[in-house]
Structure formats: structure tokens, C-alpha cells
Design a protein around this ligand. Structure first.
Ligand code: FES
Length: 156
């Protein structure tokens, strides 16, 4: 399978920085997912071969990280944290609001393919709870009103 030259450059560079091939698995999966949109069977096979791992090794890692997916997602992946710090500061209300506003549930994608919604565990922004991550961007100290503006910004 062919990746972009940018991917190949990053991949080759990463191999020189880590002691074992296995060590580059997670960043390689992230780069591949950014490029392809999701981790298809073909992508998993290719990465397993390159890193001398089994496909099961690769799938086990994918299943551990909520940011990795084997299924196509919307353009923006909205991850709403409902873990303890966020829950105490309105995270569950934010998640309920997203479900209603977007008309989808956990891991659902809007019919226009713009948003996928996920309820997630702690995303490491507890000090600024409640927090939501959209792709690689963090949005913190949210209220329902602030979150509406965030989502509208992405829709534009
Ligand atoms: S509990 Fe939500 S970011 Fe940590």
C-alpha cells in the first residue's frame, strides 16, 4: 500500500529515534489514520509488516487507544470527557447536549459526515474541566453555550 511521501519521511525518521521498531507503532498509527481517515484492514496489515508485528499486536494497541479507530469517522471527532473532574463540572450535561444537538450517540456520525461523537475517559485536562477534544484541539472550561460556539466554528 502507498502512503504519501510525507508519511514515508516521518516513518523513516521515527525509526532512527527509537530503540525498537515496535516503539514507533502508536505514532505510525496516528499518522496513517490522519492520512487515510481510519485504520483499515489494509493499513493494519501494512503497518504490522513494516514493524515486524502480527496484525493482532497492532489491533490490540488500536483497541486500547480511543483516538485510534478501525471505522471511518466524521471530519471532526468530538470527544467529550465525562470522567470524574469533568463530571463534577458539567461534563455529563455537555455530552447529553452534544447527543441532542448532533442527533447521534456514542461513536455515531452525523449524516453529513461532519461530526463523530464519543464519550471518553480522562483526556488529561482535569485542571480545566469540563473539557472536550476535537481531533487534536482541546476546548476547556466549557459550558453548553461555549460548546455550541465551538461546534459552530467547526461546522463553518
Ligand atoms: S476528568 Fe476530564 S479531563 Fe480529566
Amino acid at each position: 500500500m502507498n502512503f504519501s511521501s510525507e508519511f514515508e519521511t516521518r516513518f523513516a525518521d521515527m525509526l532512527t529515534h527509537y530503540p525498537t521498531k515496535r516503539s514507533v507503532l502508536v505514532p505510525t498509527l496516528l499518522y496513517a489514520q490522519d492520512e487515510v481517515g481510519f485504520l483499515s484492514d489494509e493499513v493494519i496489515r501494512e503497518i504490522a509488516t513494516r514493524l515486524e508485528l502480527t496484525e493482532l499486536d497492532v489491533r490490540n494497541v488500536i483497541s486500547y487507544y480511543s483516538m485510534l479507530t478501525t471505522k471511518p469517522r466524521g471530519k471532526y471527532n468530538v470527544q467529550v470527557c465525562t470522567n470524574i473532574a469533568c463530571m463534577l463540572r458539567g461534563g455529563e450535561e455537555l455530552y447529553a447536549h452534544c447527543r441532542k444537538k448532533l442527533g447521534i450517540g456514542h461513536k455515531g456520525t452525523t449524516p453529513d459526515g461532519v461530526f463523530t461523537l464519543e464519550e471518553v475517559e480522562c483526556i488529561g485536562a482535569c485542571s480545566w474541566a469540563p473539557a472536550v477534544q476535537v481531533n487534536y484541539d482541546f476546548h476547556e472550561n466549557l459550558t453548553v453555550e461555549k460548546l455550541d460556539k465551538v461546534l459552530e466554528g467547526y461546522r463553518k
